[in-house]
Design a protein around this ligand. Sequence first.
Ligand SMILES: [Zn+2]
Length: 427
Amino acid sequence: MNSHASLAVLSLLALCSLGAARNGPARNAILFIGDGMAISTLTAARIHGPGPGGKLALELPHVALVRTYSLDRLVNDSAASATAILAGERVRMGVIGMSPETKRACSLPRRPDGSPNPVHPCVPAAVPIPSLAELAAQAGMAVGVVTNTRITHATPAALYAHVDERELESEIAAQLVAQRVLSFVVGGGRRFFSPYDLSGRLRAQGVTYVVTGAALEAAVQAKAERIVALLAPDHFAYTVDQPSEGEAHTLPSLAKLTELAVRQLSRNESGYFLLVEGGRIDHAQHENRARAALQELLAFDQAVAVARRATDEKDTLILVTSDHGSPLVIAGYPLVGDSILGAARGLGIERQDEDGDGLPDYLRTADGNPMNTLLFANGPRSALQLLLATHEGSDVVASARGPGAEQVHGFLDQVELFRVLRSALGL
Ligand SMILES: [Zn+2]
């Protein structure tokens, strides 16, 4: 090869590694998914945190309302909604990264009770569909994920896994080990990896596998090429349940993990795509634990704040959204200054100040108990008792800043968020 030709090849390679194959306005994109972050949860967290007139970091300038229904359910789950956002297809509830023809659990010959599965076997059209992570990796981008749920849980799984049943978390773990798309993986769910020595297999591939926050930070510092950090056997403990010091100190905040992710991924010359999930907002609401949910949302919001500071809005799109709502309502007439976690007040002072303290009395239910301002429509601690609260089907909000953010406006369908991200990154 003469020197001119080799120069040409070199410059072509340089162009490729700079992401010249992409022609979108954004070099990088960070997608934040607040799992179960209904507009009511967001408002309550704002009141609980910065106050009713305060501002959350996720209140970005470009805003849309987003429809969340799945192919078969009006109220969606995280598997189908993450597939909509990350792969651009509306699929059946419980399905991750597979085509719309896929029926949930069609690969399983039997139902959990042992009876034959009527939707088995899967139709030939039930095939894997590419995720944004896979498209980004093909274009030479670095791809990472940070979650405080099990890494095999529905939302993060939609980046790299293709399964007809979200409960198949061992299979999802095996797919995580087999993939070459993600170079930075942080979450919980270690227990799905130990039975098959999947962690040993990761190490054999040259992946730096760590289980503590300190080791993760050291790996980022040492510029490890691929990192998998599984920092908890299951989901992370709720922020409110974590001791401020001692053993659980090894569990870094979502904000800290986001900072490490940006530091690691921005070393890639062709840009990066990062998913950050605040997955425990949803879980706390399933348990009707309002305080825990609001703290989770505020911890998620701090991660957004870190990303805003650590990136340049000229080249990095930040998109924040939720996958579905939760049945939390803010009701009654609490005073400005009352705790959002406290009891609701009556309407006016004249007729309802029976205790004569000059303030409206607390609203009381028929059995004489004060009514909380935050109510769950269903779940273990609500009037409509269920073992766990359900999700909720109202539109959720999406907010964005950076190149391509202007596409986030009006009323959108969840699958359109995929197109917003894809076109911003030029994939
Ligand atoms: Zn949920």
